[in-house]
Write a protein that binds this ligand. Structure first.
Ligand code: TRP
Length: 460
């Protein structure tokens, strides 16, 4: 029979670990760069809307599935649907997407670690703004550096997951999440004093007709899922370590609010710098690494601020990579009956190997012709495919699954168990059953030019 499953030690531990999974490079690195590339405005507002309207309900759906089934994604889908093979495939889609996201996420995490290390060496000293920005290109294009830091990050993540859920994940999240929040607020206040702050606010919050396209809508949906950690069974796995008296709707709402605040704080900290120093919002994947050091370099205590900031990014990235790797480990433990240690080692090796082409993308060493064929390099291709397609798709399928395929009595009982907010059940179910599936169908039709929603929004 099943081995006894490890559970979270305390309620705060569960909340912090889930928040740790949600808050990470998604908010601090991906959201600002995507907001820049998608023209701010609509993208940001859609991101906020999708987070609450679709992301949050799917978040609750995953926790419900996890706590009910006491399984990772593949078995959760299979067992809750009475061994249906079709739904098992959805579990596997989630696992494969997790694998791919983790691989390139580790590369960016490696850059953060590299920047923390470089900050300790005051790499910006005596350089002009342009020279500081160019340091990123050197980092990006160096094969050795990318592989080295990727390797270090993989070892850190693998080591913590190897040690088990409670000891590893809970302990770290408890200390580092509050520290990150404090430094972010400090930097945000500082950015508000810059001359570009007004322009940044306008860029981020004011919707401009011409910038809305189906691509922006899909990107915003994917971004909302990415930042919340929903859609890939991470929360099924974390939910399976929950206790029956934990409150699902309340936990989900707290995390969504935290996640949105961190994403917006990050954007409001970065865009004033961009406009004050005359950079472009469309800098792409290197945005935060190029722009932030320019600001840090002029602050009193630059050494400390820059090093601590990048270290905190490293830690939030780590709480997210842990959650992604945990899915792969939980899945291989229960599907192949491996031990935690064996699963952690094998999964880490596999992810490391698949991450290599991403790490070498900037150098153009692996698949040198990739960009010519696909229009984006290896790493950008997978960021786009998983972030904007696989992730929303597998998230919406989770909504359909919980909305239509599982037993209604069991669903209701599990959802309201331990919760003071039982009334949330009905609106939650309506969204899972109708609104979330409809939203994705509309977006896909629109993207393939079969229906034109843009016409409803564009004013010019
Ligand atoms: N949410 C994390 C971030 O913002 C990334 C992440 C961790 C994730 N686990 C996930 C994204 C599961 C999608 C699904 O950095």
């Amino acid at each position: 029979m099943h081995k006894k499953r490890e559970h979270w030690a305390t309620r705060a531990g569960f909340l912090l670990a889930t928040a740790g999974s949600a808050i990470g490079l998604g908010s601090l690195w991906r959201f600002p760069y995507m907001a820049g590339e998608n023209g701010g405005g609509y993208f940001v507002l859609l991101f906020i809307g999708f987070t609450f309207l679709i992301g949050l309900p799917v978040f609750m759906a995953e926790l419900t599935m996890g706590r009910r089934s006491q399984r990772g994604p593949v078995l959760a889908f299979t067992e809750l649907a009475k061994n249906s093979h079709i739904w098992r495939l959805v579990g596997w889609l989630a696992v494969i997407t997790t694998f791919v996201i983790l691989s390139y996420y580790l590369v960016i995490s490696g850059w953060s670690l590299n920047y923390a290390f470089m900050s300790l060496n005051q790499f910006y000293k005596g350089k002009s703004y342009d020279e500081i920005v160019q340091v990123f290109d050197i980092v990006y294009k160096s094969p050795q550096m990318n592989v080295f830091w990727l390797f270090i990050f993989m070892i850190m993540t693998g080591g913590i997951v190897f040690g088990g859920v409670r000891k590893g994940i809970e302990k770290w999240s408890r200390i580092l999440m509050p520290a990150l929040f404090i430094i972010l607020v400090g930097l945000f206040i500082n950015s508000m004093t810059l001359s570009g702050a007004g322009q940044a606010f306008k860029f981020i919050f004011s919707p401009r007709g011409s910038a809305l396209s189906a691509t922006t809508v899909l990107n915003a949906l994917g971004m909302a899922f990415f930042a919340l950690s929903v859609g890939l069974g991470v929360l099924i796995t974390y939910g399976s370590y929950m206790h029956s008296n934990d409150d699902i709707p309340k936990t989900a709402l707290i995390i969504a609010l935290l996640d949105i605040s961190v994403s917006l704080l990050a954007a409001l900290m970065i865009f004033p710098i961009i406009f004050t120093y005359g950079f472009q919002p469309q800098e792409g994947v290197g945005l935060i690494f190029k722009v932030l050091p320019v600001l840090f370099a002029q602050m009193p205590g630059a050494l400390l601020i820059s090093t601590v900031f990048f270290l905190l990014i490293v830690f939030t990235a780590l709480t997210s990579t842990i959650s992604l790797l945990e899915v792969l480990v939980a899945t291989s433990m229960e599907t192949f009956n491996w031990t935690r240690k064996k699963s952690a080692i094998l999964a880490s090796c596999a992810v490391f190997i698949f991450a290599l082409p991403s790490a070498l993308s900037g150098a153009g060493k692996f698949f040198p012709l990739w960009e010519k064929v696909y229009g984006k390099n290896f790493f950008e291709t997978f960021d786009y495919l998983t972030g904007s397609w696989f992730l929303p798709l597998s998230g919406i399928l989770t909504a359909v699954f919980v909305g239509w395929a599982i037993s209604p009595e069991m669903r209701k009982k599990e959802f309201i168990e331990g919760s003071k907010y039982k009334w949330v059940y009905v609106p939650w179910l309506l969204i899972l059953k109708y609104i979330a599936p409809l939203a994705i169908v509309l977006i896909i039709l629109n993207k393939s030019n079969l229906v034109n929603i843009d016409a409803f929004f564009c004013r010019n």
